[in-house]
Design a protein around this ligand. Structure first.
Ligand code: NAI
Length: 462
C-alpha cells in the first residue's frame, strides 16, 4: 500500500491540472485513470478532437468558398475521411502524451485502473488500496441520452461516436442546438452532409445573448444547416444503416418524422460518478446527480473533495482547471479562489462565438441598469480583408459606474478576443479604461475597443 498527500480520481482538465499544481506545491500526488491515455473526455473524445475536425473542415470550406475570390484557382480538395480521422487521432496523441510527460516531470504517479473509495482516506485501484490524506473526485461527465433512445455509437451517436463515424453521412439529424450539436453539426455540414438540427426551445444555444443567438442561427443557416425549433424529440427508431426521428412541435402538438443516416444526440451531459462507491460512503448529492460541495470543494465526508463537471456549475474544461488549481492551493495552505462571474464560454464554429459575464436578459431580470456598446466586424478592416465581416462585439457596462459587466462576441477569433474583456473584468475595469488602451491596427481586437468606445462617446468606424 502506498501513501499520498493527494489522490485524484480522473485525469481530465480538472484532475490533471490539480495534480500538477499539487505537485508544484510539494504534495505527494497520484492520479487514478482507467483510460489508456491521460486527459479525460476533453483530450480524448471532446474538446481537442472536435477542434481538429473543425479546423480541417473549415479549411475545406475556405477552399470551396473563398479561394477563387482571392485568385487561388483550381480544383477544391476532396475529403479523405480516413486521413482526416488519422490527423485527429494524431492531435489527440500529441496532447495526451504531453500530459504523461508533465506527470513524469512533476513526479506524479499514474495509478492505472478505475478507482473507488472504500472508506474515507483510501482509494482502491484494481487489487491495490492506497492511502491518501486528501481524495479529489474529478471524474467529469458523460452524455445524458434522452429516455428511451438507445445510443449504439454507429447510427445513433453521442458526441463520442460522432468523432469516429465510419463515413460522412448523407443526412445527419442533430438533436439539441447546444454547443456540441452546433460544433459537430458544422463539421459534417462543411464535409457535405445535409444537417438538420432539432431543438426543443424556440431558439438555439440556451442562455446565450439573444442577439448573438439570432445572428448565429442566421449565419449557420446560410452555411446550409437547417433548424427545426420548438420541437421535442420523442423517439428514434434505428436500423443498422438508417434512423427515423419522431418529434412533436410544441406550438400545436403535431407529430412529425424525419429520416437520417446518422442521428447525433446532443441534449446535455450528466456527472459521471459510477463505481466510486459514493452511496455507501454517504456522500451527499444534488437533485441533478452532482456531488454536493461547499465553497472550498469539500464534500460532507472529511478528506473527500470534488471538482469539475461532477459538481455544480458550467461543464467547461477551463472551469474544472481553475477549480483544480484553487483546490490544490487550499490543500497546500494557500488561498485558492475561482471567480465564477468571469468564466468565458466559447463555441468553436465559424464564426466563433464567445461570451463572458452578464447578458442583457440576466441584468433585466436583476433590475440592474446597463448600457450597451456594439460594433460590427463589417467596420473592422482586418475582418473585411479575410471574408470575416459577419458578426459583432457587444459590450455591456453598468449605466452609472461604467464598470464592464459582460461581453458577447460573434465573429473572427471571438474565442481569443473574449479574454481581453475577461482580464478587464478581473481588474474591475470600466469601459472607459478599456477605451483608453491602444490596440494594434489592423487587428480583430480593434472591434472590441470600438464596442467599448460605443459605450461612451461613440465608435470611430461606424
Ligand atoms: P447543451 O445543454 O449545451 O444543449 C442541449 C440542447 O438540447 C438544449 O438546447 C436543449 O434545449 C436541447 N434538448 C434537450 N432535450 C431535447 C429534446 N427532447 N428534443 C430537442 N431538443 C432537446 O448540451 P450539449 O451541447 O450536449 O453540451 C453538453 C455540455 O458540454 C455543455 O455544458 C457544454 O457547455 C459542454 N461543452 C462545451 C464545449 C465548448 O466549450 N466549446 C464543447 C462541447 C461541450
Amino acid at each position: 500500500m502506498s501513501s499520498y498527500d493527494v489522490i485524484i480520481i480522473g485525469s481530465g482538465p480538472g484532475g490533471y491540472v490539480c495534480a500538477i499544481r499539487c505537485a508544484q506545491l510539494g504534495l505527494k500526488t497520484a492520479v487514478v485513470e482507467g483510460r489508456e491515455t491521460l486527459g479525460g473526455t476533453c483530450l480524448n473524445i471532446g474538446c481537442i478532437p472536435s477542434k481538429a475536425l473543425l479546423h480541417a473542415s473549415h479549411q475545406l470550406h475556405e477552399a470551396e468558398h473563398n479561394f477563387a475570390k482571392m485568385g487561388l484557382k483550381g480544383k477544391s480538395p476532396s475529403v479523405d475521411w480516413k486521413q482526416m480521422l488519422a490527423y485527429k487521432d494524431d492531435v489527440i496523441g500529441q496532447n495526451t502524451k504531453g500530459i504523461e510527460f508533465l506527470f513524469k516531470k512533476n513526479k506524479i504517479d499514474w495509478l492505472k485502473g478505475w478507482g473507488s473509495i472504500p472508506e474515507a482516506g483510501k482509494v482502491k485501484v484494481g487489487d491495490d488500496t492506497h492511502e491518501a490524506k486528501n481524495i479529489i473526485i474529478a471524474t467529469g461527465s458523460e452524455p445524458s441520452a434522452l429516455p428511451g433512445i438507445e445510443i449504439d455509437e454507429k447510427v445513433v451517436v453521442s458526441s463520442e461516436g460522432a468523432l469516429e463515424l465510419a463515413k460522412i453521412p448523407k443526412k445527419l439529424v442533430v438533436i439539441g442546438a447546444g454547443v456540441i450539436g452546433l460544433e459537430l453539426g458544422s463539421v459534417y455540414s462543411r464535409l457535405g452532409a445535409e444537417v438538420q438540427v432539432i431543438e426543443y426551445l424556440d431558439h438555439i444555444t440556451p442562455g446565450m445573448d439573444a442577439e448573438v443567438s439570432k445572428t448565429f442561427q442566421k449565419l449557420l443557416t446560410k452555411q446550409g444547416l437547417t433548424f427545426t425549433l420548438g420541437a421535442a424529440v420523442q423517439s428514434v427508431e434505428a436500423s443498422k444503416t438508417k434512423a427515423t426521428v419522431t418529434y412533436k412541435l410544441r406550438k400545436d402538438d403535431s407529430e412529425h418524422t424525419t429520416d437520417a443516416d446518422v442521428v447525433l444526440v446532443a441534449t446535455g451531459r450528466k456527472p459521471y460518478v459510477d463505481g466510486l462507491g459514493l452511496d455507501a460512503l454517504g456522500v451527499e448529492m444534488t437533485e441533478r446527480g452532482q456531488i454536493k460541495t461547499d465553497g472550498k470543494y469539500a464534500t460532507n465526508i472529511k478528506g473527500i473533495h470534488a471538482i469539475g463537471d461532477a459538481i455544480t456549475g458550467p461543464m467547461l474544461a477551463h472551469k474544472a482547471e481553475d477549480e483544480g488549481m484553487a483546490l490544490a492551493e487550499n490543500i497546500a495552505g494557500k488561498h485558492g479562489h475561482v471567480n465564477y462571474g468571469v468564466i468565458p464560454g466559447v463555441i468553436y464554429t465559424h464564426p466563433e462565438v464567445a461570451s463572458v459575464g452578464e447578458t442583457e436578459a440576466t441584468l433585466k431580470e436583476a433590475g440592474r441598469e446597463y448600457k450597451v456598446g456594439k460594433f460590427s466586424f463589417m467596420g473592422n478592416a482586418r475582418a473585411k480583408a479575410v471574408f470575416a465581416g459577419d458578426g459583432f462585439v457587444k459590450l455591456i457596462a453598468d449605466k452609472e459606474t461604467d464598470r464592464i459587466l459582460g461581453c458577447h462576441i460573434i465573429g473572427p477569433g471571438a474565442g481569443d478576443l473574449i479574454h481581453e474583456v475577461c482580464v478587464a473584468m478581473e481588474f474591475g475595469a470600466s469601459a472607459q479604461d478599456r477605451a483608453m488602451t491602444c490596440h494594434a491596427h489592423p487587428t480583430y481586437s480593434e472591434a472590441v475597443r470600438e464596442a467599448v468606445l460605443a459605450c461612451g462617446d461613440g465608435a470611430i468606424h461606424m
